[in-house]
Each structure stands twice: as structure tokens, then as C-alpha cells.
Design a binder for this molecule. Structure first.
Ligand SMILES: Nc1ncnc2c1ncn2[C@@H]1O[C@H](COP(=O)(O)OP(=O)(O)OP(=O)(O)O)[C@@H](O)[C@H]1O
Length: 256
């Protein structure tokens, strides 16, 4: 099976800070890859570079389309990148306000994505929005409600519905449970896990939460100061960490 996304030799500095230092990774169809590491290690920068939102100083990111064609993400032009983000790709932001349209109703937020991929039949769009609200455990009676009046957890679930309704092949997630209560986080993680498995999505997820990574990810990359210091199958990395930094990271979670 060929990789959906291949990144090689990515490098990016902010002044003297090496945010990315020779990072390479592959993501295969249906696979969840978590990027973990302490604050400032380069996780968000990596996600932004992988998803084309930021250009690296060195290295490249290649995306394989459904027909097997390979595209250099940073050379494809803005319009093609936007199309990719509307169709094959999805992005779940840590702050749902960055991924939702706050002045559009909940149903409108979901319907808009469907219309962007060609849906035109109002009744069908509304029915699908209704179904997705149920799927993310939002009362469909709130379909005409404004997201600004939703709780943080509901907003995040709505963002997930809006992102997944078009069944993208690859979804980038930046700390999707960050900023939520611990009890809300656990439920949301379970929901993400079920949806990802159900839809067979490939996911690149950034998190500093090792427990979330263990629950969701098939593979882990551990970052420190812009470098990937360890990578491998999630259980192997967490149960038998080889790098000193990963050992510290795992020990700090066990001690917490
Ligand atoms: N736009 C920017 N301008 C200058 N420095 C930046 C910028 N974005 C990130 N950095 C620096 O690059 C390094 C990596 O940042 P990044 O946000 O990728 O880390 P992170 O692992 O995602 O951290 P966190 O978990 O706190 O979000 C940090 O030292 C950060 O201060």
C-alpha cells in the first residue's frame, strides 16, 4: 500500500529556534499518527507545514490523490490547496472558533461543507446535517442554533461534524481536546476514535496528552526541539521507550 502523505527532510527555523529539523514521516490510508512532545517542540509547526499552511525552508511534502497521482503540497498553488482542504482533507483546530463559522447556524456549518463538494438539494443537505448532529451527540433540535451559544465541548463536536461530513481521506487535528474539561475530553476522545475507525480515516494528530495518543494512534512520533527523537508503533514506544526523552515523557505521565 502506498502512503497518502510523505514528508522528507522538513526544516524550518524561527530566528535561532529550530522549529523543524530534518523531519520525515509517512502516513498510510486509514492510519492514525500522533505527534507528541512538550510545549514548543515543534508539533503545531509540523502540522501546519504538512497541511500546506506553512512553507518549510527545506524538504518537501507529497500527497497522493485517489487516482494515485503524487503532488508536491507546497507547489500546488493556493486554489488547488484550497480545493484539497475542501475535499480530500480536513483540519480540526484546537479552538473550534477557528474551524467554525460562528455567524452561521449549526446546520449551516455542516451544510456549507457539503455544498462546497457539490451538494445542491436542500432537503438532503438538511437531512445529512441532522444525521451528523446526532452522530456527534448534539440534539438535532439545535440545528438552527448559533454555535456561539453552544458549550465548548459542543462547539468542538460541531467542528468535527463539519470536518467529517464530506468524508475526507486525511484529517489533521491540532490538540482537538485541549482547553476542555477532563470529563468532556474523555468522551470526545472516545467519539473521535469511533468516527475515525468507522470512516477509515487517516489522521495526523498533535497532542501533548500521552493517554490520548495511546487511545487513538497506531503510530507515534516523539518530538523534541524540532527533531523526531523516536517513532514507532504506539504501544512499543510507550511501553518500551528507547530514547531518554521519551522515557522522561512517559514517566512524567505515570507519576501524574
Ligand atoms: N510564528 C512564529 N514566530 C516565531 N517563533 C515561532 C512561531 N511559531 C512557532 N515558533 C517557535 O517555534 C517553536 C515550535 O513551536 P510549536 O508551536 O510548533 O510547538 P508545539 O510543540 O506545537 O508547542 P505547544 O504544545 O505549546 O503548542 C517554539 O519555540 C515556538 O516559540
Amino acid at each position: 500500500m502506498s502512503a497518502l502523505l510523505e514528508a522528507s527532510g522538513l526544516a524550518l527555523r524561527f530566528g535561532a529556534v529550530p522549529a523543524l529539523d530534518d523531519v520525515s514521516l509517512e502516513v498510510f490510508p486509514g492510519e492514525v499518527v500522533a505527534i507528541v512532545g512538550e510545549s514548543g517542540s515543534g508539533k503545531t509547526t509540523l502540522l501546519r507545514v504538512l497541511s500546506g499552511m506553512m512553507r518549510p525552508e527545506a524538504g518537501e511534502v507529497r500527497y497522493r490523490d485517489p487516482e494515485g497521482g503524487l503532488h508536491l503540497v507546497h507547489d500546488m498553488g493556493e486554489a488547488a490547496q484550497r480545493r484539497l482542504h475542501r475535499t480530500d482533507w480536513g483540519f480540526v483546530h484546537q479552538n473550534p472558533r477557528d474551524g467554525l463559522r460562528m455567524r452561521v447556524s449549526a446546520g449551516g456549518n455542516i451544510g456549507e461543507r457539503l455544498m462546497a463538494v457539490g451538494a445542491r438539494h436542500y432537503g438532503q443537505i438538511r437531512a445529512e446535517a441532522d444525521e451528523w448532529l446526532r452522530r456527534v451527540e448534539i440534539d438535532p433540535a439545535r440545528i438552527d442554533g448559533m454555535p456561539a451559544l453552544f458549550s465548548g465541548g459542543m462547539q468542538q463536536r460541531l467542528q468535527i461534524a463539519r470536518t467529517l461530513v464530506t468524508r475526507p481521506r486525511l484529517v489533521f487535528m491540532d490538540e482537538p481536546t485541549g482547553g476542555l474539561d477532563v470529563s468532556v475530553q474523555a468522551r470526545l476522545l472516545d467519539m473521535i476514535r469511533a468516527l475515525v475507525a468507522d470512516l477509515g480515516l487517516a489522521v495526523v494528530i498533535v497532542t501533548h496528552d500521552i493517554a490520548a495518543a495511546r487511545l487513538l494512534a497506531h503510530r507515534l512520533l516523539v518530538m523534541r526541539r524540532g527533531q523526531v527523537v523516536e517513532h514507532g508503533l504506539t504501544d512499543r514506544v510507550l511501553d518500551d521507550p528507547q530514547h531518554e526523552y521519551t522515557q522522561l515523557l512517559v514517566a512524567s505521565v505515570l507519576a501524574a
